[in-house]
Design a protein around this ligand. Structure first.
Ligand code: ADP
Ligand code: MG
Length: 251
């Protein structure tokens, strides 16, 4: 059944910003602290008359490099919030690499490992690339939340991209223990959330399903799976995006 909830571009932008907020904070805090420490150190050393040209140059170079990093990071995030005006072919691999610059620093800091498998690294998809990326970000954010909530020691997210005759499928699964059978049929419902106390909105999956069904003529589904990795067995939720391959529609 198709989701009927209609969102404006503005809503989508806000959701996109919201879903990246924690990542933005994470990527800004550490360099800002480092710049602050460097400048404070310089000031202190000057007051004590300890400063020489080498110390001065090194400190300023560190500060400059960190501001360049911050500026590049702003560009990455701003790029993501731009609206796609036309549909185009995009490589799923490039799409996921772009997402990594946004989301991976935070996931790594939380000890989560992402494993990626492609049956064909060059597989392309047709449509709004940023919307597709947004769906993947939503699913990854949910996996992160579930993993941290579950308290599992080893933290794993897998992304498996398969290129079949007519479709491309992207499976994203984690080892957080899965979704209870009683809520599995309703997780895509508008405003359904189990994170009421932690700022959950219950919009991410509804909007993701909406994007995949209405803008990609595909499907988004969820189930629980058991999987093996390095001879260990894990259990968690698996989200599957399925889109028809290389078929331009509704241009
Ligand atoms: N990987 C997952 N593991 C377990 N539960 C999940 C997972 N992904 C989504 N869910 C469930 O689906 C619900 C709805 O997700 P979503 O629409 O993104 O809203 P929100 O993240 O704001 O709660 C979540 O509150 C959670 O209960
Ligand atoms: Mg969510």
């Amino acid at each position: 059944m198709k989701t009927n909830c209609k969102y404006s571009t503005q809503d989508e932008k806000l959701l996109m910003l919201g879903s990246m907020f924690e990542n933005i904070i994470h990527q800004f805090k550490q360099p800002l602290n480092a710049i602050n420490a460097e400048a404070t150190g310089l000031k202190f050393q000057k007051e004590l008359g300890l400063i020489d040209d080498e110390i001065f140059d090194n400190s300023l170079t560190n500060i400059i490099n960190r501001t360049i990093y911050l500026s590049d990071t702003i560009d990455d995030f701003r790029d993501f919030l731009k609206e796609d005006k036309i549909k185009f072919y995009f490589k799923i691999d490039d799409n996921i690499k772009q997402i990594e610059s946004i989301i991976e620093p935070l996931l790594k800091a939380k000890g989560i490992k992402i494993y990626k498998y492609f049956s064909n690294i060059d597989v392309e998809c047709f449509g709004y690339g940023r919307e597709f990326a947004q769906v993947i970000i939503n699913i990854l954010n949910n996996a992160k939340d579930a993993i941290l909530e579950s308290g599992v020691e080893e933290k794993i997210i897998n992304i498996v991209v398969k290129d079949t005759k007519n479709d491309i499928t992207v499976d994203i699964y984690d080892n957080a223990g899965g979704i209870n059978d009683d809520i599995l049929p309703i997780i895509f419902n508008h405003h359904f959330t189990t994170k009421e106390d932690n700022g959950g909105t219950g919009i991410g999956l509804t909007m993701s399903k909406n994007i995949i069904e209405n803008h990609f003529e595909g499907s988004l589904s969820a189930k629980n799976i058991q999987f093996e990795l390095n001879q260990n067995s894990y259990y968690g939720a698996c989200f599957t995006i399925k889109v028809p391959k290389n078929i331009p529609f509704n241009q």
